[in-house]
Design a protein around this ligand. Structure first.
Ligand code: FAD
Length: 502
């Protein structure tokens, strides 16, 4: 047959319609917009994320526009990593993830690529955080290999190394949905429901979750693994936390509207590293304005985002705090903060630190429709004492893991949150893989996980393995000097509750 013969199009009309909606899905930038366009695609193609093992492959054969194909090429490359065993590594594992923040979704993607069935519950129904995440170099690479650039054209263009939390969630959500993760907005996890004893009257057998709203179908989902990725106010019982108490550290975040004018584009960002070396600037700022800062970071993103750590005396002098208190909680309590003065303080700091170059400093709005300025206490930071545990009831084991801020609280001004958070998400996926393999005992799985967790809080952009292209969920590809046998299985007995661990 002549290579020039006209090809007869074999694309079904519903596939063509779905491809058009897929373009909308790629561009969508809200939680609801992404969910509804994804649902439309599924409806048009008569597809459902179940059975999860074949969803992504089927979607790929139906959506064949060049845009879709360029994304499949990226994702395929990732999915063929040997750790996933062609999606067979966890094909019988069912995982519930609490929280659709960047880390919950990132963990979900990994488990789905391992072949597990993943359900995410997210109590909010909007992504509304303007605040900006600093991205370590590995993280930029990681996100690009997941197709971030296809899903958000402006992703880390040029030397940009940051992204708003909201956009990060949008990117992660899209990838998660495409690889077969089920995501339920507006559903809050409340508690675990024990498996029913053999021969009991109830019809269910395995572990379930009590959720709100109580009659949501997710309450019927039975799972073998639970990941707590619900942020720093971790709701999962059974995890003790250790506190790192430092000197008083008060961070202020502020977001101003970015009108994307030429003038705004020309204003230089202030990176976290630059400000450490610029003590003279802080001295002059204090002398001129009475604003006394330890550092300030400015990123130009969808908003003009500033995060600064301010000294208490200057906040008192400028009337931001009304009374001095030893206890940071009282100091930052709503009654003790003058919101107008806080806004002026943030505005002035932003204005002077950018050399009055930003033409207009109008606050962007937060989740509640209020000017997006806030003050947070980082004097005490928490980390989970251990990252995983096992519960056994009526002969059913449940592996429980923490990931993201629930595992290790970040200090925002240095922007370590997502970088360490994604490491934790990948480590949780690695543990689930070991758990599903059946070759290790539960105590061996826990011992390996806790040995890896030892290294997480020490990671920095400099200390991790520099060969990002080699990164997989296998922790040996990411951490240097990892001793996976640091903890011994017998030391893990305290993290195994009920039943017999052997
Ligand atoms: P999160 O992003 O906090 O996500 C947790 C998710 O779990 C949330 O979406 C929450 O709604 C959901 N959730 C909570 N409880 C339940 C439940 N019971 N059931 C279902 N869902 C639940 N980092 C920075 O580097 N710079 C910043 O300026 C900055 N600002 C922040 C502002 C706010 C208000 C918050 C909360 C965090 C901020 N962070 C910031 C931290 C940063 O967002 C996290 O490090 C990063 O998003 C990774 O976190 P995560 O996915 O573990 O948790």
């Amino acid at each position: 047959r002549s290579p020039y013969a006209t090809q007869v199009s074999t694309v079904l009309p519903e596939d063509e319609a779905a491809s058009q909606v897929f373009d909308e899905f790629m561009l969508a930038n809200t939680f609801q917009g992404i969910m509804s366009s994804f649902q439309q695609i599924c409806d048009l193609l008569h597809m459902h994320p179940q059975p999860h093992q074949v969803f992504y492959q089927q979607l790929k054969t139906r959506l064949t526009s060049w845009k879709a194909q360029s994304l499949w090429t990226k994702l395929d490359k990732r999915a063929f990593s040997k750790e996933y065993q062609k999606g067979k590594a966890c094909s019988n594992t069912r995982v519930l993830i609490i929280g659709g923040g960047p880390c919950g979704l990132r963990a979900g993607i990994e488990v789905a690529l391992l072949g597990g069935q993943v359900v995410v519950v997210e109590k909010r129904d909007r992504f509304s955080r303007n605040n900006v995440l600093h991205l370590w170099p590995y993280l930029i690479h990681d996100l690009k290999t997941l197709g971030a650039k296809k899903l958000f054209g402006k992703f880390c263009a040029g030397s940009i190394d940051h992204i708003s939390i909201r956009t990060m969630q949008c990117i992660m959500l899209k990838v998660a949905l495409l690889v077969g993760v089920e995501v339920h907005p507006g559903v809050a996890f409340e508690d675990l429901v024990d498996p029913s004893p053999e021969g009991a009257e109830h019809s269910w057998i395995g572990w379930r979750a009590k959720v709100s709203p109580a009659d949501h179908p997710v309450s019927l989902f039975e799972f073998d693994v639970l990941i707590g990725a619900d942020g720093k106010r971790n709701t999962l019982a059974g995890f003790t936390r250790k506190e790192f108490r430092g000197k008083l550290a008060i961070a202020i975040t502020a977001n101003f509207i970015n009108r994307n004018t030429q003038m705004e584009a020309s204003v230089e960002e202030i990176s976290g590293v630059a400000c450490i070396f610029n003590q003279r600037f802080f001295k002059e700022l204090n002398e001129k304005t009475g604003i006394d800062l330890e550092n300030i970071v400015y990123y130009k993103d969808e908003t003009h985002y500033f995060v600064m750590t301010a000294k208490k005396h200057s906040l008192l002098n400028k009337g931001v705090m009304l009374q001095d208190h030893e206890d940071p909680e009282r100091l930052l309590s709503r009654e003790n903060v003058n919101q107008e003065a806080l806004m002026s303080y943030a505005c002035e700091a932003a204005d002077v630190s950018t050399n009055h170059q930003l033409p207009k400093l109008d606050f962007a709005h937060n989740h509640y429709g209020q000017p997006d300025v806030a003050m947070f206490d980082f004097t005490s930071m928490f980390a989970a004492e251990h990252s995983s545990r096992v519960m056994e009831r009526n002969g059913h084991r449940l592996l429980i893991a923490l990931a993201g801020d629930s595992l290790l609280e970040p200090f925002w001004p240095t922007g370590s949150g997502c970088a360490r958070g994604f490491f934790g998400a990948m480590d949780a996926a690695w543990m689930i893989r070991s758990w599903a393999s059946g070759t290790l005992t539960p105590l061996e799985v826990l011992a390996e996980r806790e040995s890896i967790y030892q290294l997480l809080s020490q990671t920095t952009p400099e200390s991790v393995n520099k060969k990002f292209t080699m990164y997989t969920i296998d922790p040996n590809t990411r951490y240097k000097n990892l001793d996976s046998n640091f903890f011994k299985p017998h030391q893990m007995k305290r993290y195994y509750e009920g039943g017999t661990p052997e």
